[in-house]
Design a protein around this ligand. Structure first.
Ligand SMILES: [Zn+2]
Length: 403
């Protein structure tokens, strides 16, 4: 986006963002209620609302005001339907493209293969797929507002650079600048886990929490941390690499060069291959009678299968130790777990909670709650976070109101 706003412009931008957020969270809402919640004078609310209505971002609607003898009143709600944005989610072997309206509602989503090796460059392949996506869905396309990219790679969201990727041949790729030049749209880039954590904090399991840690355990292991409402590492580096903290001093060699990283122990592929090995010594396990997946492992643990429970407990102890360290470092209110292992949370969570209780400072640990993320990381949902954030801080709204 263009330049830095002046101090006055920055205040105006923040106020517009706050009003928009409150209408999103509480709409339909009256101007009087909005003025109280935003702590802004009624005259300022009237002015901001008029600008948002004129720009077709907010609309008036009749609603039943229960506080006023149940009479119909005029309230405000967002007008999101005629604004779209493109979500681009890049993961191992896949490119997901999703078209959403400004509320985040999905209009259409495609999952396309994106193999690591190909004659064409990574960027050319992404651009070609975006072009054909738009021509496929031209008929349902409303006014485009932004492009939001999430990827599991080392990124610089401020500069819009992908430094490197564990799967694709990219090096310091200025993807945001390139797509901005091509489309004229603001382009957001964020690490997938950081974006997911921001989504949970804005409209998910950690809504209204200022201090959270989110631990992701799937094919990748990582963490997002928000302290005093600010996302750590969101601006110039990617993510908390807790997957590369040593969990077993004599463990397996990790791709990063370290021995026994958490990722070599607790990512889904490693969990399944260890289970497969251990099954040879457990003829009574339920898992001998069905195909081994992370879902069947969790189900077996829920049915008190000894081998499955031992494996889940062992993961709980290793992860719990690292979470306990993070509790001492960050003093969070909430810890979110984003993982298919949430299917057996009644076994996993007490172990992690026990580690937190035993291994972190009591004054910190007693106020922490451990909960599952509200969303799973499927599709392009995490890409919504950057757009919501830019709407709520007002920056994207100012851009849209300029027309
Ligand atoms: Zn490692």
């Amino acid at each position: 986006m263009d330049g830095q706003p002046s101090h006055i412009d920055q205040i105006k931008q923040n106020n517009i963002g706050t009003v928009y957020r409150l209408i999103d969270q509480y709409g339909p809402i009256s101007r009087i209620e909005l003025s109280k919640k935003a702590q802004l004078a009624p005259a300022s609310i009237t002015k901001i609302v008029r600008e948002l209505v004129d720009a077709h971002l907010v609309m008036e609607t009749e609603f039943l005001d229960l506080g006023f003898r149940g009479r119909p009143a005029t309230g405000l709600r967002l007008a999101s339907e005629s604004w779209h944005f493109l979500c681009v989610s890049i993961s191992l072997g896949n490119l997901m493209l999703g078209l959403r309206d400004l509320s985040g509602k999905l209009i259409v989503e495609d999952v396309l293969p994106l193999p690591a090796n190909n004659d064409k460059s990574f960027l050319d392949r992404i651009v070609d797929e975006i072009d054909s996506f738009f021509s496929r869905y031209q008929s349902c396309l409303e006014r485009l507002t932004a492009i939001s990219i999430t990827i599991n790679a080392i990124v610089d969201p401020t500069k819009g650079l992908i430094y490197s990727s564990p799967y694709y041949q990219v090096q310091e790729l200025p993807i945001s600048e390139y797509l901005h030049r091509r489309t004229g749209l603001p382009v957001f880039l964020q690490h997938e886990i950081t974006a997911w954590t921001i989504a949970e904090s804005l409209y998910g399991a950690a809504k209204n929490c200022q201090n959270i840690i989110q631990i992701v355990i799937d094919e990748n292991i990582g963490a997002g941390v928000i302290i005093a409402g600010q996302t750590l590492h969101s601006d110039n580096r990617s993510v908390m690499e807790i997957g590369h903290i040593q969990a077993e001093p004599n463990g397996e060699l990790c791709q990063c060069g370290n021995l026994g990283c958490l990722e070599t122990f607790a990512n889904i592929s490693h969990i399944l291959s260890r289970t497969k090995q251990l099954l040879t010594t457990a003829p009574d396990s339920l898992l001998n009678y069905e195909s081994l997946t992370i879902e069947s492992l969790c189900q077996a643990a829920n049915k008190s299968d000894i081998l499955a429970m031992d494996i889940i407990r062992d993961i709980g102890v290793k992860i719990g130790r690292i979470i306990a360290i993070m509790v001492n470092l960050f003093n969070p209110e909430k810890i979110l777990i984003g993982s298919p292992l949430n299917a057996c949370q009644q076994i996993l969570y007490p172990i992690i909670n026990e580690c937190i209780k035993q291994q972190s400072l009591p004054v910190y640990s007693k106020q922490v709650t451990l909960v599952a993320t509200e969303f799973n990381n499927s599709g392009t949902l995490s890409a919504v976070a950057s757009v919501k954030k830019a709407l709520y801080d007002g920056s994207l709204l100012i851009n849209l109101m300029k027309g």
